[in-house]
Unconditional design. Sequence first.
Lengths: 520, 306
Amino acid sequence: MSANHDGANLLEVRGLTKIFGTLTACNHVDLNIAKGEIHALLGENGAGKSTLVKMLFGSLEPNSGEIFWDGKPVKITSPGVAKKLGIGMVFQHFSLFEALTAAENIALSLNDGSPIGTIAAKARALSYSYGLPLDPESLVGDLSVGERQRIEIIRCLLQTPQLIILDEPTSVLTPQEADKLFETLERLRAEGKSILYISHRLEEVKRICDRATVLRHGKVVGHCNPRQETAASLARMMVGNEVKAVVRAPAEGIETAPALLEIRGLTRKPATPFAIPLKNISLAVRAGEVIGIAGVAGNGQGEFFESVSGEVLQQDAGSVRIRGKDAGALSITGRRLMGAAFVPEERLGHGAAPRMKLSENLLLSRHATDGKAFVSGGMVKNASVYSAAQRIITAMDVRKSAPDPEAAALSGGNLQKFIVGRELDRRPSVMVVNQPTWGVDAGAAAHIRQALIELARSGSAVLVISQDLDELFELSDAIAVMHNGELSQPLPIAEATFEKIGLLMGGAEPGHAEHRMEVA
Amino acid sequence: MDITINILLTIATAATPLLIAAIGELVVERSGVLNLGVEGMMIMGAVGGFGAGYLTGSPWIGLLAAIVVGALFSLLFAVMTLSLATNQVATGLSLTLLGLGLSGMIGTSFVGQPGVRLPNLDIPVLTDIPVVGKLIFGQDPVFYISIALTAAVMWFLFKTRTGLTLRSIGDSHTSAHALGIKVIRYRYLAVIFGGACAGLAGGHLSLVYTPQWVENMSAGRGWIALALVVFASWRPWRVLAGAYIFGAVWIGQLHAQAFGIPVPSQFLSSLPYLATVVVLVLISRNKRLTMMNTPASLGQPFVPDR
């Protein structure tokens, strides 16, 4: 227990249960939040954190259980009721309207009928007083993810809540933006407000939270003071057993190895008003190495992946070269036939067709490259496709409910393992992966990362685009940063620090960043 | 001079039903719902309006009946797509087919009967002002309603909190729901408003334009109204511009055909469509503005999880 609260509970939850069909997302969950504390809610993806929070905010109705607010029993039947009680929420997947301005977005959640101009002025004043500067007139679609989160926070604060719920707030921020957020949270705590902080980043939970409640498979498995725990012990509580650490064998002879994937002066105009233009990107990935691309979401990573994979073709065929040959004008299949493999960010709808079986999804991406194995005289060889799918399922430890289920029936992490495994199974000489472990639990993430490192060490070039800096530091031999459509020089992992990468993510010049380092 | 004024008056009469139906559909689509049943609601309004006017002898009761019939008919669409989350495209198409068939059946006894016509506005002195008098003070009442409606919808969508809320629902119903906005309720009201407008447009056809009942008398105007909304990139004043361009070229080509201009009549008949598309494409060149005004959740069914 921390010093910052007087022991009175602001919110008490007893036996809260939510059942979706056959899945019990929350199973008799108890939770107490004291006045003036930052309370962490920990758990892996699918542990029931979001479900619990949605019930507290009135977006979901519990099947059973009780909620007490300031000691009195309450029924939170809608977000409106939650707001009236004094519960504010900053959503993980932002609930903002892209086509409206910041002020209009804020006005929509305040039901006080005051004119937009007044709201804009209030929002501006509040945002500056918290050091989160905000231009109320700007269109949300034009803003970076960090700026969007500011709107969410300011919108929440304008409702003068007693309890603020933040769902994975730092997953989209640079380290420096996250620091700023922590200052704001500490200031709110000093003002006597309570905060429910949801995260799976253990270091930051240790840093700012007074107490933690850990969920696993919908049940509370423990309470603790995160400051007295280690990251490893917290992870053990979340996962239920030890998480295997990723081993990165030193890469040897990379300097002399041939570049298997080369990007030369890749430039692309934005296709939609909210898209990011790519500006003269150059990069070489050599046989045997893993290069990571860091960056805050929405800085051109998606556009970059589309151009490299061939979802969007280039005017200049030489801007993408695979194994020494121009590939910029080739389609995805053309590039696959040259030995490249691609794993897009979006699993359902991009990486896999949701309503098709795993074996059918395997055939869809590999009928051209493995034509002999899977197709004969225009007919599909079902038996060999099926057995190849089973081979991947075994190799990647994909957990499923049927022998060959539809892609949509798998959990996100398991589907991701299958999609990565499907490409690895080809032993590609170039592998490009966008967000390899987004929304994947710790155990599966370690498995995927290890497999990517091993592929590189066996002589392939691996390019990983990720928002998760921990992940990039775990698996990359060098890290480049994408900011506003430009790519920095890759920093060798031995020279890279969180601070340097963070400054680049925020748009500082590389030289400038070095300079500031030295001053510091 | 008189010919010019008469032509201008007929242009307004041709444009009015398009404008009213399109403004109604604009509100519906701004809320994120695509109702392809405009043609069906319009023809139901026409038969309802004619019938009520014919039976009571009052064109005003006829007009009111047209609005009510259009609104009730759209309620069917609302229940199907909003409460039962059916596919909006298929439901809208069947609403049009149902409306065309049902109106024909209801109207069998009205065919050939003399209808009642809404009188034009006639203000002593003002209407007699040369040239502009008739244009400004001597048109049918529905013309004035259509202009007032356009202004009111513009003000509602872009100046009021409720209008902002409606637009936000069209942009993202999931975000709106997360904020506690009653998505389904707003959409019900928007769809019913759209139905009332389509009904009124139909009433204009059978009580002003040609005061009689003819099967299929809406003649595709509902579809033109739908296209106007999209080509006008969901902006009220552009809908107004589109409706009047269409009306002007329509009347113009009729006169051209009457004069016997040596151009195939099929080509002349297609001119209004071509002209409207070209002009509206030109004014919506700004891709950014168009993207911002396009309701992002248009046509997607919304099922809140509880």
